[in-house]
Each structure stands twice: as structure tokens, then as C-alpha cells.
Design a protein around this ligand. Structure first.
Ligand code: AMP
Ligand code: GLY
Length: 425
């Protein structure tokens, strides 16, 4: 089989790495890919949002399966277009991808499907939103409706901050049309976890729980990033509670989308918060999380190609989705300055030495191949991931590996996994 993976992050490197382990795979392409996907297969210079070019390439090379890494191509209709051409695509159609592409759509679906989520209102007019915020008071959460590169959510601590966020999004259009509409919702408090499930339109198969670290600084301080590290399992959501949780947050969505005639096929990611009053869904993503994907795929002990095909063909119960009993933990190495501006083109050394350690894999994100070597090309550069007997060993191994990898002005959080370790006592 020939597989095309769309995207260029650490998640896509992990997808290529895992897919390549399937005996069914003969060729892997990544569009546009990175330094890591170039090791697993062949990079093709097509951007992830260039749907016509992706379709042309898939037809030209007679690709047997397209795997969408990020949400943007799905929201733009990649899956629909490929399906029309008779090319299997892992990832939901554009309608279902709105679960991530539109916060207003997503919240409305959650409400209608009976999924626990914060009370909310949707606004198209600045004045009405502002009046509502003044009436409700702070803290309050403002969310741009559309895709805003992970920056569209403001947890406002004061009414002024909330009004300012509304002004930036709705009047000044800092996210373009993504801010034409906003969701204003009640603030929740608690620990977060990510819970992902493979879906075939009717059935689901859960992956183990995981936890991301969104803030740039240790102790969850400083601005938010795409994610500075992740681990699995997350002790806050133990294995005994997976099925019950899936029945609360995955099943209702599958049922709802099927009733709309838009069955959800792909991986569904529920962003959960465990509040004192119980579990609430903060958001859905229509893809693997990055960096959650890296530890999750290291733990996946089944053939990912078989799982993806079963999702597309509506026969998920026929395949095995098994997780290794070990824990996995990934630490992101970022370029100095990230998430603000940072330099590129720094030479990276030590990847092979790190991977020589037992149970360690270095997934590349913002990297490129340059003169045979690997250089940085983004803010999140690598995700150094390790398996271990339990979280503590996974953490120890991951940080031993981190110490072997170098590039100028690299930084990382030293507390990845600590929340989970604390909970384990
Ligand atoms: P979202 O994209 O909706 O997951 O929001 C991004 C982040 O904003 C989440 O991971 C939370 O940390 C935070 N967040 C979103 N909604 C709320 C809420 N209702 N209360 C508190 N924090 C929130
Ligand atoms: N790690 C969070 C996300 O991928 O959205």
C-alpha cells in the first residue's frame, strides 16, 4: 500500500513512523513533511491546505490511503474530495470536521447530544456580546468561533479583559473571519486530560488517556503553546473509567452525527476538564493531538493501517486496538523565543545517540534536512519520547535522552508528567 500523510509536525512524524511498521505498507509520502518524515518516507512539497494539489498527487501516485494529520485540510473538505475520487481518507468529512472548525457548531452539538459542557451563548454582534459579558461578570471565557491556530480562546479574569478580547476578535478581526462569531461561556476549573477514540461512524475504540502541557513554562506558567510535552496514561483518567467516559463524551457525538446523516469517521479527540462537579468537555478536535499523538502511538500495539481502514469501512469491531501496558512520555524541545519569534536553521545533534537508549524515539516537528544534516525550521523542534514501566521510568528515560540532544538556545520544560506522578503519590 502507498500512504500519503498530510501535515508537517511531530504528530505527522509519529504517524509515518507507526504506519510504516505495518507489513501492508510499501511506500509513505508526507506533504509537506519535515526532517523526520523524510527518514520514514518521501516528502512532497505540497502544503497541507492545498486540497487540489493533494488530490492530484494522490491520483498520480495511485495512493491507497490518505491520512490527514491537522484539522485544516479536513475543515477544507479533503476527506470529501478524496472520497469523491474513490480514494480512502482517514479523517472526517467537512461537516463533521466543524466539531473543531466551529466552536459555535461544536457547542451546539454538545448541547443537543447531551454532552456535559460549560453553559454558553453564541454572538454575532459585538454590542450584544459585550452586554452579556457585563451582565455575567468575570471570570468568563471568550472563544473565537473559527480556527485561530490555537490562540482563539481567552480565559478573561476581568470584564475589561473580556471586552478587550471581544473587541480584538469581533471588531479588529485579529483572527480574520474566525472572529465574526464568538462563544461566551462559563469558566470551569480543574485538571485537564485528553481522551481520543477511533470512530467508524457507528462504533468507537478508545485510546488510553493522555495529558498535554500547554503553557510554555514549568508549573503551567507563561503563554500557551501548541503543547510542550505529553504523557499517557493520565492517572486522572484511569483505565477503569475509559468505557464510562467514552459513553459520556464519544458515543453521544457518534449518535448525533449519524442521525444528521454525517457519520463521524476518524479519530475524535475530547478535551476534558475534571471539575469538582464532574467531567466537562472543553472542546473536540477531529484529529490526533500534537504532542499527545507521540506517546499514544508509542503505546499502540496494533496495526495502525488496519485500524484506519476499518474506521473508513465501518468495521472497527473487527480489528484489534491494543495498548502496551507501559507508560509513555514525550518532552518537547523548543527553539529559544517560542511561542513568540525564534531563529531557524540551527543544526541539531544527538538524535541517533538519544534513540540508541532503550525505549526512546525522537519525533521531529520543526525540522528540515539541510546538506544531509537536520536543522531547526520551527518553534517546537523535537518531541523526545520514551516508554517505561510506569510514568516515573518513562520520564527518567525521556529526560536522559533529552540530555543527549543539542541545538543552539534549545529549551524544554523539566516538569512533564509531574501532575500525573503527584496523583500517583
Ligand atoms: P479549547 O480550544 O476550547 O480547548 O480551549 C483551549 C484551552 O482554554 C483549554 O485547554 C482550557 O485550558 C481553556 N478553556 C477552554 N474553555 C474553558 C472554560 N470554559 N473554562 C476554563 N478554561 C477553559
Ligand atoms: N495538544 C493539543 C492539541 O493538539 O490540540
Amino acid at each position: 500500500m502507498k500512504i500519503l500523510v498530510v501535515g508537517s509536525g511531530g504528530r505527522e512524524h509519529a504517524l509515518c513512523w507507526k504506519l510504516r511498521q505495518s507489513p501492508r505498507v510499501s511506500e509513505i509520502y508526507a506533504a509537506p513533511g519535515n526532517g523526520g518524515t523524510a527518514v520514514e518516507g518521501t516528502n512532497v512539497p505540497i502544503k497541507d491546505d492545498d486540497i487540489p494539489a493533494l488530490i492530484r498527487f494522490a491520483k498520480e501516485k495511485a495512493v491507497d490511503l490518505v491520512v490527514a494529520g491537522p484539522e485544516l485540510p479536513l475543515v477544507l473538505g479533503l476527506s470529501d474530495a478524496l472520497t469523491r475520487e474513490g480514494i480512502p481518507c482517514f479523517g472526517p468529512n467537512a461537516y463533521a470536521a466543524n466539531l473543531e472548525g466551529s466552536k459555535a457548531f461544536s457547542k451546539t452539538v454538545m448541547h443537543e447530544a447531551g454532552v456535559p459542557t460549560a453553559p454558553f451563548r453564541i454572538f454575532d454582534e459585538f454590542e450584544l456580546a459585550r452586554d452579556f459579558v457585563r451582565e455575567k461578570g468575570a471570570p468568563i471565557v471568550i472563544k473565537a468561533d473559527g480556527l485561530a491556530a490555537g490562540k482563539g480562546v481567552v480565559v478573561a479574569r476581568s470584564v475589561e479583559e473580556a471586552e478587550d478580547a471581544l473587541d480584538q476578535m469581533m471588531n479588529r478581526k485579529i483572527f480574520g473571519s474566525a472572529g465574526d462569531r464568538v462563544v461566551v461561556e462559563e469558566t470551569l476549573d480543574g485538571e485537564e486530560a485528553s481522551f481520543l477514540a477511533f470512530c467508524d461512524g457507528e462504533n468507537y475504540a478508545v485510546l488510553p488517556s493522555s495529558q498535554d502541557h500547554k503553557a510554555v513554562g514549568e508549573g503551567d506558567t507563561g503563554p500557551n503553546t501548541g503543547g510542550m510535552g505529553a504523557y499517557s496514561p493520565a492517572p486522572i483518567l484511569p483505565r477503569e473509567r475509559f468505557e464510562e467516559t467514552a459513553e459520556q463524551v464519544i458515543r453521544p457525538i457518534l449518535r448525533h452525527m449519524a442521525e444528521k446523516g454525517q457519520p463521524y469517521k476518524g479519530v475524535l479527540y475530547a478535551g476534558l476538564m475534571f471539575t469538582p462537579d464532574g467531567l466537562q468537555v472543553l472542546e473536540y478536535n477531529v484529529r490526533f493531538g500534537d504532542p499527545e499523538c507521540q506517546p499514544l502511538l508509542m503505546r499502540l500495539d496494533s496495526d495502525l493501517v488496519e485500524i484506519m481502514l476499518a474506521c473508513i469501512e465501518g468495521r472497527l469491531p473487527e480489528v484489534e486496538v491494543k495498548a502496551r501496558p507501559e507508560a509513555a512520555l514525550g518532552v518537547v524541545l523548543a527553539a529559544g523565543g517560542y511561542p513568540a519569534s525564534y531563529p531557524k536553521g540551527m543544526e541539531i545533534s544527538g538524535i541517533a545517540e538519544a534513540e540508541a537508549l532503550s525505549g526512546v524515539k525522537v519525533f521531529q516537528a520543526g525540522t528540515a534536512v539541510d546538506n544531509g544534516g537536520v536543522v531547526t525550521s520551527g518553534g517546537r523542534v523535537l518531541c523526545v519520547t520514551a516508554l517505561g514501566q510506569g510514568l516515573a521510568q518513562a520520564k527518567k528515560r525521556a529526560y536522559e535522552a533529552v540530555a543527549l540532544v543539542h541545538f543552539e538556545n534549545s529549551f524544554h520544560r523539566r516538569d512533564i508528567g509531574d501532575k500525573g506522578l503527584k496523583r500517583l503519590g
